[in-house]
Design a protein around this ligand. Structure first.
Ligand code: GLY
Ligand code: MN
Ligand code: MN
Length: 430
């Protein structure tokens, strides 16, 4: 792992919270992600499944976590199964967790090799009545691929058809949505690495550079700061491309007079950061660019103030829509007739601002977190309004990551990342 050692107290706490939400006589199982093949003997770098990581800190393929808080045998209450390692395997496959290391990472005492799983699972299943299964029910999930977890679920349900089945997802959605202080520190760390990348490219961007060279500058800065790299595929979009919301080709040349939208965030220790800045390629905003930019910035600032305990996510979006409508009228992009003819399903502002304003942020960029209950302290949200004007070859989005506080305005984890027009221009023209 590139990241420094994490406090195992975080994972112990997370397991305790999960186990206290389980029904009596139940157990829960969490699997690692698969390692993805690209063909022949080549694989993509391993990315751990966020749930087993959240509950154990184990960042290794082919691991299984089993939680059974009511187990009669104390050693069966928390069990971790790992791919076997020894000195010989270490030479061929590199460093893998041994049993002592696994305990020191996770705080779990009962560590076994994977070869013991079937035997021990049979033993605990004889005692358990209910099994929690970890299905992906995220509101934005759109994955057809069968995961290691899915295969485990299929096999287990076929072998033990008389057990009761429960969903881990609703518990994890609730727990992961409210961050522990250790997690906020890790997200802050990821945001600070993103800041370094952004400051680096402010010195680099000028007419004639390409989007992929800018991507390379970010990548360089992220990797030298113990990040594995981008938390999500970066969007480096100059001119018209900024109006293509999921533009990820990053293959064009930046031209004098264009704006450049950068939706880029570093990961750190599996935690994401999610930033968007929009800068003038020339280092100087035109009058029109500045007007659009500052309209987006005002919406961002006002929207942020609404992220307080008690706010409902849906109602918040309605309020942000009103702010955006007023700015679009001011910019001459909408007129009164557009607003008179709108409906709540089709508000006029959607022509220029077609995506949501905020999502939970954390281990996943679009993190687990409740959206139908009032916001509470220590939830982390993005705030990311934008105005996209294809006819003017311009798209502006500004995005920060903020933590809801028990009182007052949220804490902006990106508060040090330059955003004001004057500061951006000064830094680009040093
Ligand atoms: N970078 C993905 C998002 O802003 O939601
Ligand atoms: Mn983003
Ligand atoms: Mn975002």
């Amino acid at each position: 792992m590139k990241y420094s050692t994490l406090p195992k107290s975080l994972f112990t706490k997370n397991r305790k919270k999960f186990m206290s939400a389980m029904k009596s006589k139940s157990l829960a199982v969490f699997n690692s992600n698969d390692v993805f093949s690209t063909g022949a003997d080549t694989t993509l770098p391993f990315h751990q499944h966020r749930n087993i990581f959240y509950l154990s800190g184990v960042d290794q393929e082919e691991s299984i976590l089993l939680l059974f808080p009511d187990a009669k045998n104390k050693a069966h209450r928390e069990m971790l199964f790992l791919k076997e390692t020894n000195d010989h395997i270490a030479v061929w496959e590199g460093e893998k967790l041994n049993k002592l290391q696994a305990t020191s990472v996770s705080g779990i005492e009962s560590i076994f090799w994977l070869t013991d799983f079937d035997r021990l699972f049979r033993e605990v299943m004889a005692e358990a009545e209910t099994v929690y299964l970890d299905t992906n029910e995220h509101y934005r999930q759109a994955v057809e691929m069968e995961s290691r977890e899915d295969r485990f679920i299929k096999k287990t349900k076929a072998k033990y058809p008389a057990h009761h089945w429960e969903r881990s997802y609703p518990i994890l959605e609730r727990l992961r949505g409210v961050k522990e202080l250790e997690e906020i520190d890790l997200i802050q760390h990821a945001c600070s690495i993103t800041e370094k990348g952004f400051r680096r490219i402010l010195d680099f961007v000028k007419p004639g550079v390409t989007e992929y060279e800018i991507e390379a500058e970010f990548s360089h800065e992220f990797l030298r700061n113990r990040s594995r790299g981008f938390a999500y595929t970066p969007i480096i979009a100059s001119g018209y491309s900024a109006c293509v919301l999921h533009y990820i080709e990053n293959n064009k040349t930046c031209h004098d007079g264009d704006m450049l939208l950068l939706d880029v965030g570093a990961e750190y220790a599996n935690y994401a950061s999610d930033m968007t800045r929009t800068i003038p390629v020339s280092g100087k905003f035109t009058v029109r660019q500045k007007a659009v930019y500052q309209a987006v910035q005002r919406v961002k600032d006002e929207a942020t103030k609404l992220l307080v305990p008690g706010t409902m996510w849906d109602a918040y979006h309605v309020e942000v829509g009103k702010m955006m409508t007023s700015e679009l009228l001011g910019l001459g992009l909408l007129d009164k007739a557009d607003v008179q003819n709108e409906s709540s399903e089709h508000p006029a502002y959607k022509k220029y601002f077609m995506h949501g304003t905020s999502h939970h942020m954390g281990l996943d960029t679009h993190d687990y977190g409740p959206l139908k209950t009032p916001m509470v302290a220590n939830m982390v949200f993005t705030v990311e309004p934008g105005i996209y004007i294809p006819e003017e070859n311009m798209g502006v989005r500004l995005e920060d990551d903020v933590v809801i506080q028990s009182k007052g305005a949220p804490l902006n984890l990106m508060g040090n990342i330059p955003i004001d027009v004057e500061e951006i221009e000064d830094l680009m023209n040093r």
